[in-house]
Design a protein around this ligand. Structure first.
Ligand code: CMP
Length: 138
């Protein structure tokens, strides 16, 4: 059993797509064991994406991620990290396979509807960044 961290990003929440995206996640067999809707501060977004702080898109990304509410969740299942990444599709929706969340819902490379952890270490960091142990109730 493995856990991964998911964000339904501002573009998707603004278009009222969080219910559809959560339904797709559940239909894929991933179990939601924690969930909250928040609006990140700029500083929270900068801390969350600190691994990208030297990248040219860092300022724009953190401004965007703090521009409107997001839905954060913890997903559980066998091989959850890889399974959720497969469900999301490629980072750039132009390259995302048919049926993936980004192909179905994303607007562009930055406003790409969803985020998911890419490895066990990042999943542990990202889950603990937004949830404490009492908030994970699966
Ligand atoms: P995410 O999976 O949340 O991880 C970092 C985010 O940066 C990525 O999704 C995109 O929303 C955003 N981003 C913007 N430009 C780029 C880029 N050139 N390469 C990768 N990610 C980018």
């Amino acid at each position: 059993m493995q856990r991964t961290f998911s964000i339904i990003k501002p573009d998707a929440v603004q278009r009222n797509l969080q219910g559809q995206i959560l339904a797709d996640i559940q239909a894929a067999g991933l179990k939601i064991v924690a969930m909250k809707m928040i609006r990140m501060t700029r500083a929270q977004a900068e801390g969350f994406y600190a691994v990208h702080k030297e990248r040219p898109f860092f300022a724009s990304l953190t401004e965007y991620m703090s521009s409107a509410p997001v839905v954060c969740s913890v997903l559980e299942g066998e091989n959850a990290i890889a399974r959720y990444r497969e469900l999301m599709g490629a980072t750039n929706p132009a390259n995302a396979a048919p049926g993936t969340l980004r192909q179905k819902y994303a607007e562009n490379l930055e406003a790409n509807a969803v985020h998911g952890s890419d490895a066990p270490e990042t999943a542990a960091f990202e889950i603990s960044y937004f949830f404490n142990a009492f908030e994970i109730v699966g």
